[in-house]
Design a protein around this ligand. Structure first.
Ligand SMILES: Cc1cc2nc3c(=O)[nH]c(=O)nc-3n(C[C@H](O)[C@H](O)[C@H](O)COP(=O)(O)OP(=O)(O)OC[C@H]3O[C@@H](n4cnc5c(N)ncnc54)[C@H](O)[C@@H]3O)c2cc1C
Length: 434
């Protein structure tokens, strides 16, 4: 068997190139509040919300309002990626935020159309993808593709900035409220993504010191000795950035070793046979089995590209890895390990992963029906069992779709179910009202 280990040069893919833009609609709608009624409200314009909106467009559903705190498609995803200075996605070209069953210009087609803007390393990745091998997508290509997808599917002009505070189903309508707007919708799709996982309270001896940050917060430029806690890709990027600017790094992880792999989810979970290990629609899969699989599959991992860089940094003493150790406490000047040792530094960054947003806080707890942190969803439609006009796409759907539910490829699967259900119900409603 051949093991394909990509070159670390991939990690230097340029960002913010000048991509030709599809003529985007003017944004007069932004200055005013969103409409007071719509067939569908989508909360969240990340890759999942974008996929749902594009699928509804293909199915002829046009009375859609998309709401996002940021007011721009895929903005939070890109902000997070840019904060980590992550230049390539960890998912391949086949995982594009497109729509199942419709022939759009796909992510790889889009990249090929912009061949002259790509570096030789990036072009090689496209050839790898065409040959059916693992490939890596530049963030720059992905960002331009998302903007293009939003523009051609009419999402840009249907997107309003706004934070949703509550989602209240009542009979055949759902009321969506936020600061300055109330919208009555027939259907609501929650595409809320994930929030960072906070440190346990017992790690702090008082309030969190300024010298300690989370992965999604800026790292001060002057930190010469950094301590990074966590074993996943975000930790890897933080370490890479710190080493790059000449800092010395201590890497603290709970596991016994680093896990280097191609992607954060085993490839089988992107295929039907992998999803069948979760999907209870046809063959019931015990909840406990799914929970165990999720626990195993959500373990932190780092892309292969980092291995040569980190091994070199360890060899020359710039990186020290503390494996198999819990945290006793986190202080301004370092981390106290569970065995009492102190790992000192001028800045500590906590990269502890993310927690799926499952609708709690927007829907009532009773309607979410959470079990072990997962919402109670209809396996066929991804609607909330106790709120059938409200749907969940993205990480919230993982106990139905498996660990890939939180990834770009999983959004396509979720979208196919949700959009088909919503479009069919709207057609039924229209017939009933004739
Ligand atoms: C650093 C990083 C790199 C990643 N790389 C990859 C990758 O390469 N490939 C891959 O497949 N996956 C990757 N992932 C996983 C990734 O998060 C998902 O694929 C993708 O972002 C999920 O899309 P989403 O739309 O579900 O969530 P998000 O992108 O988080 O979008 C959710 C949106 O909902 C909005 N929102 C939430 N609550 C509200 C509210 N109450 N009111 C209004 N708006 C709200 C947020 O502002 C946000 O814009 C990565 C994750 C991280 C953190």
């Amino acid at each position: 068997m051949t093991t394909f280990v990509p070159h670390p040069h991939l990690l230097d893919s340029p960002r913010h190139r000048d991509w030709p833009r599809y003529p985007e609609p003017a944004l007069p709608a932004r200055a005013v509040a969103p409409p007071v009624a719509a067939d569908v409200v989508i909360v969240g314009a990340g890759p999942a919300g974008l996929a749902v909106a594009a699928a509804l467009w293909h199915l002829g559903v046009r009375d859609v309002v998309v709401l996002d705190r940021t007011g721009r498609p895929v903005e939070r995803f890109l902000e997070r990626i840019d904060r980590l200075d992550q230049r390539v996605l960890r998912s391949p070209y086949e995982h594009h935020p497109g729509v199942e069953g419709y022939r759009d210009c796909e992510l790889r087609d889009f990249a090929r159309l912009h061949w002259s803007l790509l570096t030789p390393v990036e072009r090689r990745e496209i050839r790898m993808s065409q040959a059916g091998h693992r490939s890596v997508v530049p963030v720059d290509v992905f960002a331009a593709y998302c903007r293009h997808t939003a523009a051609i599917h009419g999402v840009t002009e249907r997107l309003w900035p706004g934070e949703v505070d509550s989602v209240e189903p009542d009979g055949d309508r759902v009321t969506v409220r936020g600061k300055g707007f109330t919208i009555t919708a027939r259907h609501v799709v929650l595409c809320l993504g994930e929030e960072r996982r906070d440190a346990p309270e017992r790690w702090w001896t008082g309030t969190r010191p300024d010298e300690v940050g989370y992965w999604d917060e800026p790292v001060p430029a002057g930190a010469d000795r950094a301590v990074v806690v966590g074993a996943g890709l975000t930790a890897a990027h933080l370490i890479h950035n710190a080493l790059d600017r000449g800092a010395v790094v201590d890497w603290v992880m709970r596991g016994e070793s680093e896990r280097y792999q191609c992607s954060d989810v085993n490839a089988s979970f992107f295929r039907a046979e992998g999803r069948a290990r979760f999907d209870s629609h046809r063959n019931p899969v015990p909840w406990a089995d799914r929970l165990t699989l999720m626990g195993r599959q959500r373990r932190a991992s780092v892309m292969f590209e980092f291995r040569p860089l980190f091994e070199a940094a360890q060899a020359d003493g710039r990186l020290t890895v503390h494996r198999g150790t819990g945290i006793g406490a986190v202080h301004a000047k370092g981390v106290e390990l569970a065995d009492g040792r102190l790992v000192a530094g001028d800045h500590v960054v906590l990269a502890l992963g993310t927690v799926p947003s499952i609708g709690t806080g927007l829907l009532s707890e009773e309607l979410v029906g959470a079990r072990d942190g997962w919402p109670d969803l209809d396996e066929r439609t991804l609607a909330y069992q106790r709120a059938p006009r409200v749907f969940a796409a993205g990480a919230a759907a993982c106990m139905v779709l498996g660990p890939a539910g939180r990834n770009i490829d999983g959004h396509r699967v979720a979208t196919a179910r949700i959009a088909a259900t919503v479009a069919a119900r709207l057609r039924e409603d229209a017939v009933a009202h004739v």
